[in-house]
Structures are given as structure tokens and as C-alpha cells.
Write a protein that binds this ligand. Structure first.
Ligand SMILES: Cc1cc2nc3c(=O)[nH]c(=O)nc-3n(C[C@H](O)[C@H](O)[C@H](O)COP(=O)(O)OP(=O)(O)OC[C@H]3O[C@@H](n4cnc5c(N)ncnc54)[C@H](O)[C@@H]3O)c2cc1C
Length: 382
């Protein structure tokens, strides 16, 4: 039987939209199914909006490669489509002698990842750039910036619709089955409880880009996965942000030297130049976006961490902000996982690509992820 549509993407976050846009531009008839009433309502609107340079990730990793490629594409796409960016640059700062080897490691990784524009600064040079900064040395990354993530998603959706694709909102995928022709039958529920309706749509190609729900959506295919394959488990890890109620005296993003895979409590600017601090790292059992700080311990930790590089922080002007949740596919204490794309060579089902563990730098990498998934689908690479 001919399927209803060529390609379905499950998940209308920035990554699902970037994949859909790429497939539509390549001529595939593409539909995005998103359970919320707007695109990007989950992780894609609960992040730092930083365009990462690609300096932290292991050389050769997908996170490193797709970040560096995605960054270049993102600046170009933003310029061509009127999406606001601020290429403000960032300083990774050493606040003690023990931090210095960490700066050297980042500089070496950046070079290995093809990011050749970093510059090591002595204290005085860093303070000329940011007079209120306290540090003993810093690494300047000029290609780091911030982007209006909502503007980006609107532009991606615009390209998708221009090329005949569509995003269907308020539509949750509840079931997936593979039929005897190798097509996928996707069962959806649309609307609220009282007026909910169920529909089955068939497609040739299926992309699972469900973020924090990646494992659950993958498990919908449980009966079809060949023996021995199961989707990786997702372990959510929450990050809290505090915001500053007045303008901060910084024009660059300020990051401490990272501790393991966590980048530390950094200062980022939104597109309007307003400062926020975070995210911290809290492993949680279930997805829950609440901002909890009942005894003020979180606030005290933030103040201590930020004062290492900004002693003048007006602590009474820190306000609880928002939270975001990383869809990690490794447990606390385990080695960080790379971006994970499972195609036919991994799971055994043709024309199906499943994404897992697309945490940071997923926003920066989105356009390059679009290319990567298109390549896996159409060039049958894995
Ligand atoms: C705290 C934090 C800070 C970050 N900061 C940065 C940063 O500064 N720079 C950067 O590059 N990256 C950053 N990231 C990473 C980046 O935000 C993510 O990699 C990116 O947003 C992932 O997009 P996505 O489309 O894969 O996931 P999501 O945005 O989560 O989208 C998945 C979508 O799938 C939908 N969905 C799930 N199940 C179903 C279903 N059954 N039916 C229909 N729809 C479904 C969901 O509703 C959701 O909208 C950060 C992440 C976090 C958590």
C-alpha cells in the first residue's frame, strides 16, 4: 500500500524541526507531529540559547563535529533569515592555579576540533575586556554567541511549510507499528480529553526526535524491534537558572573551567542582554520542571560559585528563573555519552532513525543534525 505521507518526524523541538526542514528542502513530503500546542515547548525553550563554539567535546565525537558544523550553519542561517543573534564571544576563566591545566585542556581540544580562534589571556587582558571580572587567566572564544531560539524555530518551520511540509500541533503519538509493506502506521491523539480524536497515519520514513520522551517513543515499537535491540534508557538531569533583576556589567558570556561533563554555573546573556546564571546539575527520577529551593541552599551555592569570577555580584538581586532538563542517556557517575542516532544498521528496521541523548549542544548543532539524519535516511549511512 502507498503510505499517506513520505516522512513523519515525531517531536517539534528545534532538532525535529531542523531535520524536517532539511528533508523537505531535499524534496521529501514531511509532517512533524508535536503533542504541545506550540513548537519547542520543552527543552528547546528551556536552555541557555548559546551558540557553542565546539571547544569542549572529545575530538571526532558527533557532539564535537556537529557542533562546529552546526555553529557555522547557524550563523549563516540566522543572517539569511533575520533570526537575531549576538556573536558576543565568551571567556572561560581560571579563578585559581588549579584551574590552569583545565584551560590548557580546553585550548587543546578546541584545536583538535578545528576551532582555531581561541586566545589565552592574562588577568589584565581579560579585565580590560570585562572590568568587573576576577580571574588569573582566561580563554577567549570569539565565535561563541547567543541566538533567539524561538525566532530560529519559527524560521525553520517557515522553510518547512514553504517546501510543502507541515507541523501538526496538539497531536500526541501513542502507537507505532510496522506493516507488511515496511511502512509505519503512527497512531495519534489530537485535541483535549473531551474532544480528543484518534487517527492513524502511515509513512515510509520515520524519525523519532522526541527529546526527553525518546525512550518511551522508541518503546512504542517494542513488538517490531528485532530481538536484542532496545532503545537506550533516558536519565533526566535538571538545571536551574537564576536571573539578575538589573543589567549585568558584562558583554561576554563568562564560564568557569568545567568540572567533568558539566560546564559549571556560568553567566549567559539573553538576546536582550539580560544576564542569567546556571544551569546547575540535579539528577532526577522523573521529568518535573519545578524550581525548588526551599531552604535557600541552591541560591547560596549559586552566589558562592558566581562570586568566584564576579565578586561584585549584587546577591540580593538574584531571582529564581526557570529550569530545563537534559535528556541524558548515561547515569550519574558514568562516562558522558555522545549524541546517539540509531538507524537500520543498529536496530534493524529500514527507513527509521531514532535520536537519543540530544542534550547540549543540540541547539547549536540542529542544522548539522538535520544534514546527518538526511544522510542516514537517504544515503543509507549509519
Ligand atoms: C538546561 C539546558 C541548557 C541547554 N543549553 C544549550 C545551549 O546553550 N546551547 C545548545 O546548543 N544547546 C543547549 N541545550 C541543549 C538543547 O536545548 C537541546 O539539545 C535541544 O533543545 C533538543 O531539541 P529536541 O528537538 O531534540 O528536543 P525537545 O525540544 O525536547 O523536543 C522534543 C519534542 O518532542 C515532543 N514529543 C515527545 N513525545 C511526543 C509524542 N509521543 N508525540 C508527539 N510529540 C512528542 C515534545 O513535546 C517536544 O516538543 C541545553 C539543554 C538544557 C536542558
Amino acid at each position: 500500500m502507498t503510505p499517506d505521507i513520505e516522512t513523519i518526524i515525531i517531536g517539534g523541538g528545534v532538532v525535529g524541526l531542523a531535520i524536517a526542514r532539511r528533508l523537505a528542502v531535499l524534496g521529501s513530503e514531511t509532517l512533524v507531529l508535536e503533542r504541545h500546542e506550540r513548537v519547542g515547548a520543552e527543552t528547546s525553550s528551556r536552555n541557555s540559547e548559546v551558540i557553542h563554539a565546539g571547544i569542549y567535546y572529545p575530538p571526532g565525537s558527533l557532539r564535537g563535529r556537529l557542533c562546529v558544523d552546526g555553529k557555522k550553519q547557524l550563523y549563516r542561517f540566522a543572517e539569511e533569515n533575520g533570526v537575531t543573534v549576538n556573536p558576543c564571544g565568551k571567556l572561560v576563566v581560571a579563578t585559581s592555579e588549579e584551574d590552569l591545566p583545565g584551560l590548557e585542556t580546553i585550548a587543546a581540544r578546541a584545536t583538535a576540533n578545528g576551532v582555531g580562534d581561541l586566545r589565552m589571556l592574562e588577568r589584565t587582558a581579560a579585565q580590560r575586556m570585562e572590568p568587573e571580572l576576577e580571574c588569573i587567566a582566561a580563554l577567549h572564544s570569539p565565535s561563541t554567541g547567543v541566538i533567539d531560539s524561538h525566532g530560529l524555530m519559527t524560521a525553520l518551520e517557515g522553510h518547512l511549510t514553504e517546501h510543502g511540509g507541515q507541523v501538526v500541533l496538539s497531536t500526541e503519538v501513542l502507537g507505532i507499528a510496522r506493516d507488511s509493506d515496511g511502512n509505519y502506521a503512527v497512531t495519534t491523539r489530537s485535541g483535549d480529553n473531551d474532544s480528543a480524536s484518534s487517527t492513524v497515519i502511515t509513512c515510509r520514513n520515520l524519525v523519532l526526535a522526541a527529546g526527553l520522551e525518546a525512550t518511551q517513543v522508541g518503546n512504542l515499537l517494542q513488538k517490531d524491534w528485532p530481538d536484542g535491540y532496545a532503545p537506550p534508557q533516558t536519565y533526566p538531569a535538571k538545571g536551574h537558572y537564576f536571573s539578575l533583576s538589573r543589567k549585568a556589567p558584562f558583554t561576554h558570556l563568562i564560564y568557569p573551567v568545567p568540572s567533568g561533563a558539566w560546564l559549571g554555573i556560568h553567566l549567559t546573556l539573553d538576546i536582550a542582554g539580560q544576564a542569567k546564571f546556571g544551569p546547575d546539575l540535579q539528577w532526577i527520577e522523573e521529568v518535573d520542571y519545578s524550581f525548588d529551593d526551599p531552604d535557600g541552599a541552591r541560591r547560596r551555592t549559586f552566589i558562592t560559585e558566581v562570586q568566584r569570577y564576579w565578586p561584585g555580584l549584587p546577591a540580593d538581586e538574584l531571582q529564581p528563573g526557570y529550569t530545563g532538563i537534559r535528556p541524558k542517556i548515561y547515569r550519574q557517575g558514568e562516562a558522558p555519552a555522545d549524541f546517539t542516532f540509531h538507524g537500520p544498521k543498529t536496530h534493524g528496521l529500514a527507513n527509521l532513525i531514532a535520536l537519543y541523548g540530544i542534550e547540549s549542544p543540540g541547539l547549536t548543532s540542529a542544522l548539522a543534525i538535520g544534514d546527518h539524519v538526511a544522510d542516514m535516511l537517504f544515503n543509507r549511512s549509519d
